[in-house]
Design a protein around this ligand. Structure first.
Ligand code: ATP
Ligand code: MG
Length: 227
């Protein structure tokens, strides 16, 4: 069994490209990737007990409870992450109390060799709003691939290149909910980043307004890895 060495925590507003950057890292380095948003949407699509509890919060752009989220992440880390060399947490932690719960987990002996790097992804709100207007995702909950289009390219009946299912707009990508998600993000992110900047974790600041291949290259250089 491989032992977990590198833990990357992606912190950035909606539409900042956390999922897209994770996808490239997964392809190049084989790291395991947990998107807590994707996990929530899978629960909703499968109508699990958790899915029924969180459906309304997700639709309105609010966070779901820390306790529920922490349990879901702990379970994933124990089941999946410990057998990977590297992992990416995309969308978790989002609050200082989630970060403290993660610190508790990482203080256990299984994580003694692991180092935690925070990746702070910076983009202005106007760009986020524009990006999300033309973002579509695969409706297959096991896939959820993300596509960015130009406004002139968006039409009905577009399909996923990975699994051929239909592309749709996420329920929380409509403009009212996007404003709510941005508000929620800014409400928690400053404190979360201060918490990590005062910790032993390395923090990388990444300008994600640039094209994705450039963002990926900059990220890889800052980690000291080679592709
Ligand atoms: P993006 O649009 O780039 O995917 P996002 O942060 O807006 O970014 P997701 O990460 O997909 O969207 O999360 C969608 C929703 O899932 C959030 O609005 C929230 O309701 C819930 N969620 C995800 N992660 C957490 C978390 N760590 N704590 C609480 N709620 C969460
Ligand atoms: Mg995402």
């Amino acid at each position: 069994m491989k032992s977990l060495k590198d833990i990357y925590i992606f912190i950035g507003p909606p539409g900042s490209g956390k999922g897209s950057l994770s996808h490239l890292c997964k392809k190049s380095f084989g790291w395991a990737h947990l998107s807590t948003g994707n996990l929530c949407r899978q629960h909703i699509a499968r109508m699990t007990d958790i899915g029924l509890q969180i459906d309304q919060a997700i639709k309105s752009g609010k966070l779901i409870s820390d306790d529920l989220m922490i349990d879901m992440v702990n379970q994933w880390i124990k089941e999946v992450a410990l057998s990977s060399q590297g992992i990416i947490l995309d969308g978790f932690p989002r609050t200082v109390s989630q970060a403290k719960a993660l610190d508790d987990l990482f203080s256990q002996k299984e994580f003694v060799d692991a180092s935690v790097t925070i990746v702070s992804m910076n983009i202005n709100d106007e760009q986020v709003i524009n990006r999300l207007k033309t973002r579509l995702v695969c409706q297959n909950e096991a896939c959820q691939a993300v596509y960015s289009f130009l406004p002139s390219q968006v039409s009905k009946g577009l399909t996923c290149q990975e699994c051929k299912d239909v592309l749709i707009q996420r329920v929380d990508d409509n403009s009212d909910v996007v404003y709510e998600r941005l508000k929620t993000y800014h409400h928690y992110a400053d404190d979360l980043l201060v918490y990590y900047r005062n910790s032993v974790c390395k923090v990388i600041d990444l300008n994600v307004e640039l094209p994705l291949d450039y963002v990926f290259k900059t990220f890889v250089e800052s980690t000291g890895k080679s592709t």
